[in-house]
Design a protein. Structure first.
Length: 274
């Protein structure tokens, strides 16, 4: 049994007004799907929808993913304006760079509200609608390499993304019997406008980060979008509960610790076994 729709469908993409979310929305449109561009910044969402409308049917929907009423309305409006849903991509996110001892409770809670409770609410309402209409499709959660490794000044971000991986796996188990798949993508550092605008992410940090990437560069939003389209497509029909790291090899190991060792250099005579 196929567990993703064949042919054009309808996708909800949260956080789709800019950056990775916008790139994902654009790729869905390019392949013929209709897209609900969900974002808390409705003005920017409307601008994005206007710019992308030449590619296909899309609508901007003001959405606070941490608000239950707002999420219920998102799903209702998507079905009403675009038709039966097929895909949900949870991409909405926020940044916080603070040491644990400097993090206020409200800041911690806001990270979890947007990056864990938000995907829970959207996935729940999407799944409820899909089950009511006996529909098949896919959920894709954007997590982070930070979900699998500690990061200084990243406690709330890492915790929320790690929780989202386990939510993804639970969704895969619970919804798989109904033909709904759930996967996650963990991007490395992606070159987006929001990242470039963050003064706390200095050029020195980025240079150090690139030294840890075997492919030697930051990622592009389009590369996350390509992976998203694959996991939401019928080509990934037997993949569920999986987290795909799209990171240029960042999670392969500590590249900078390898030094300049030449593993094929001639072994000095005094080290040779006799």
């Amino acid at each position: 049994m196929s567990t993703s729709a064949a042919g054009p469908g309808v996708a909800i993409v949260t956080g789709a007004a800019t950056g990775i979310g916008r790139s994902i929305a654009e790729e869905f449109l390019r392949r013929g799907d209709a897209v609900a561009i969900a974002d808390i910044n409705v003005g920017l969402a409307e601008q994005t929808a206007s710019e992308l409308s030449t590619l296909g049917r899309c609508v901007a929907i003001e959405t606070d993913v941490s608000n239950e009423t707002s999420v219920v309305e998102l799903v209702h409006r998507t079905r009403e304006e675009l038709g039966g849903m097929t895909y949900l991509v949870n991409c909405a996110g926020i940044y916080l760079h603070k040491l644990v001892v400097d993090t206020e409770l409200a800041e911690w809670e806001r990270q979890l509200d947007v990056q864990l409770t938000g995907p829970f609410l959207t996935s729940r309402e999407f799944a409820r609608d899909m089950l009511r209409h006996d529909a098949q499709g896919a959920i894709l959660n954007i997590v982070s390499v930070a979900a699998r490794m500690g990061r200084v000044k990243g406690s709330a971000h890492s915790a929320s993304k790690a929780g989202l991986i386990l939510l993804t796996q639970t969704l895969a188990m619970e919804l798989g019997p109904y033909g709904i798949r759930a996967n996650a993508i963990a991007p490395g550092l992606i070159d987006t406008e929001s990242q470039r605008a963050e003064e706390v992410i200095s050029s020195v940090y980025k240079q150090a980060y690139v030294k840890e990437i075997p492919l030697g560069r930051l990622g592009e939003p389009s590369e996350i979008a390509d992976a998203t389209i694959f996991l939401c497509s019928d080509k990934a029909r037997w993949i569920t509960g999986h987290t795909l790291f799209v990171d240029g090899g960042f999670m392969s190991g500590n590249l900078s610790l390898q030094g300049n060792q030449d593993f094929f250099a001639e072994i000095p005579d005094h080290q040779k076994q006799t």
